[in-house]
Design a protein around this ligand. Structure first.
Ligand SMILES: Nc1nc2c(ncn2[C@@H]2O[C@H](COP(=O)(O)OP(=O)(O)O)[C@@H](O)[C@H]2O)c(=O)[nH]1
Ligand SMILES: [Mg+2]
Length: 224
């Protein structure tokens, strides 16, 4: 077996272990993936602000360097841990497992992972998540789904960010969604702006529904 395949199959084993753990505990886990600067951390700031007192969440945030994003997310009262990859362009399941103890208590309900900014490598590494979420901002090309089909095919949800900037660029949200749906007809789409608040209630409701569904499944299997 080629080395690359062996690394991926080891990752799949670890991810399967994480997925079992979240099934048993009834934790909903999402993996946010986008280009650098699409607005992952800003979306998380607004998400955590809205989830205060509603969901017991925790965040792991990956970057090549700096703890800047963890510092931005700290004020909202949820456990946050930065994973500094030191050059690696994606998170893997081993990194998630290594840092989990710092954020995941027994009462955890929602684990949000902000992946390293990159549309290619993160899509190949299963982190044991329930849903990959791809973000696409209105200052990028609306043909990104065509250029980077892997992540748009695998994602359960597409969050269009920076909707307040529509009209400042040639980005056409209908075209972006059509390209994404051509690859993945079921993909759930949220159009958001962290400046105006557009779409954030719907996005947070989707996260909360994911949490409740996961808890119901765990109870159905006889877990507390
Ligand atoms: N106008 C506008 N700017 C945004 C929005 N969301 C994020 N940004 C800006 O985009 C830049 C990158 O955001 P950040 O959250 O750090 O992106 P990340 O690299 O994907 O985590 C920052 O300057 C943000 O203020 C938005 O909804 N509207
Ligand atoms: Mg970030």
């Amino acid at each position: 077996m080629a080395i690359g395949q062996r690394i991926l199959s080891r990752n799949d084993e670890l991810a399967a272990g994480l997925r079992r753990r979240w099934q048993e505990q009834g934790v909903f886990c999402v993996n946010l993936i986008s280009s650098p600067g699409s607005g992952k951390t800003t979306l998380l700031e607004e998400t955590l602000r809205r989830l205060q007192g509603r969901v017991r969440a925790a965040v792991l945030v990956g970057d090549v360097q700096t703890e800047n994003d963890a510092r931005r997310l700290q004020p909202y009262g949820f456990p946050v841990r930065q994973i500094v990859t030191g050059g690696t362009c994606h998170l893997d399941a081993a990194m998630v497992e290594r840092h989990l103890a710092a954020v995941a208590g027994p009462d955890l309900e929602l684990l949000i992972i902000e992946n390293v900014g990159n549309l290619v490598c993160p899509s190949s590494y299963d982190l044991g998540e329930d849903a990959k979420v791809v973000l696409l901002s209105t200052v990028e090309g609306d043909d990104k789904p065509q250029k980077y089909p892997g992540i748009f095919r695998r994602a359960q949800a597409l969050v269009i960010t920076k909707a307040d900037l529509l009209g400042c660029t040639d980005f056409d949200p209908d075209r972006a969604v059509a390209h994404a749906r051509a690859l993945n007809p079921e993909i759930r789409v949220f159009r958001t702006s962290c400046k105006t608040g557009e779409g954030l209630a719907e996005w947070c409701a989707w996260l909360e529904a994911g949490v409740r569904a996961k808890q119901a499944q765990a109870r159905g299997r006889g877990n507390p």
